[in-house]
Design a protein around this ligand. Structure first.
Ligand code: AMP
Length: 281
């Protein structure tokens, strides 16, 4: 069990692990860990000998109106959780080491970052691909695990990994939910008890959509209307950002539900922006 804060040290340790013939699994996170994150560590464990979890609240993926400064942090608690979950190394770099003065290099995936989260959060994915790319270079993983909860992010990272020939297998792990269905998220902490109960509206809307598809409804326009009604019924003040039905791999919007269709949505609830998604078939 190791805590590493220096980039140089992390690179040395990774090189040594590889030289010993061991496989490295990487789980990048922004900390304030919950069971969703821990499920990724457990998944990484299955595919590797040494699991490196990174904790880094990455400033370049936050927009000027995002919650960078108030993003929850609990380094001590996180370290304990990682080791309890079977992680081997926690890498916690400093922001000014990752982005020193005069830093000017970014990684950008073109097409699939231009929709949905990319439209709502300009520059977000550029920050994500830049940090993941740097973490790949620092930790040299054989596999890296990401959550389906951030579905578009997972697809963007898969694209980057393939396009830049990183020898890294990307694994996408299922979304871990609270008992009532709300997707676990570090941002759920922002809600009061009453608000938290209403935050389940996104999950409920996705369930309603899936129920419609089961009944034979294939028109995504109709399903979207039903979903909007459900969200507003549970949380009248919700500000829906988008509800999208897309092909799972290409992220191209679909008008009719098909085999590989996923529904993604984003909404601002009580000032907190949440996203969720569900495969429809
Ligand atoms: P974050 O700390 O929010 O940047 O998330 C780090 C990783 O955990 C990303 O790959 C997320 O997709 C994943 N993740 C976040 N929430 C969940 C969840 N509820 N279930 C599974 N994975 C998650």
């Amino acid at each position: 069990m190791k805590i590493i804060r220096s980039i140089r040290k992390m690179q040395q340790v990774s090189r040594q692990i590889a030289a010993d013939g061991k496989k490295i699994g990487l789980v990048p996170t922004m900390g304030y860990l919950h069971y969703g994150h821990l499920s990724l560590i457990k998944k990484a464990r299955k595919f590797s000998d040494v699991v490196i979890t990174t904790i880094f609240v990455n400033p370049t993926q936050f927009g000027p109106n995002d919650d960078l400064n108030k993003y929850p942090r609990d380094e001590k608690g996180d370290i304990k959780k990682v080791f309890d979950a079977g992680g081997d190394i926690v890498f916690i770099p400093k922001a000014d080491h990752i982005y020193p003065k005069n830093y000017q290099t970014y990684v950008n995936v073109e097409k699939i970052t231009k929709t949905f989260e990319g439209t709502s959060r300009p520059g977000h994915f550029k920050g994500v691909t830049t940090i993941v790319s740097k973490l790949f270079n620092i930790t040299r993983p054989d596999v890296a695990v990401f959550g389906l909860k951030d579905y578009q992010q997972a697809m963007v990272i898969k694209t980057m990994t393939s396009d830049l020939d990183y020898p890294v297998k990307i694994i996408v792990a299922p979304t871990v939910r609270e008992k009532d269905g709300l997707a676990m998220s570090s941002r759920n902490k922002y809600f009061t008890t009453e608000q938290r109960q209403k935050a389940v509206c996104l999950y409920k809307a996705l369930k309603v959509a899936k129920g419609e598809v089961k009944k034979g409804e294939l028109d995504t326009g109709k399903i979207k209307r039903i979903m909007r009604r459900k969200i507003v019924e549970i949380c009248p003040s919700a500000k829906i950002d988008y509800i999208a039905f897309t092909d799972f791999l290409s992220l191209k919007p679909v008008n009719k539900i098909s085999k590989d269709c996923i529904c993604s949505l984003a909404a601002r609830l009580f000032g907190v922006r949440l996203i969720d998604n569900m495969k429809m078939k």
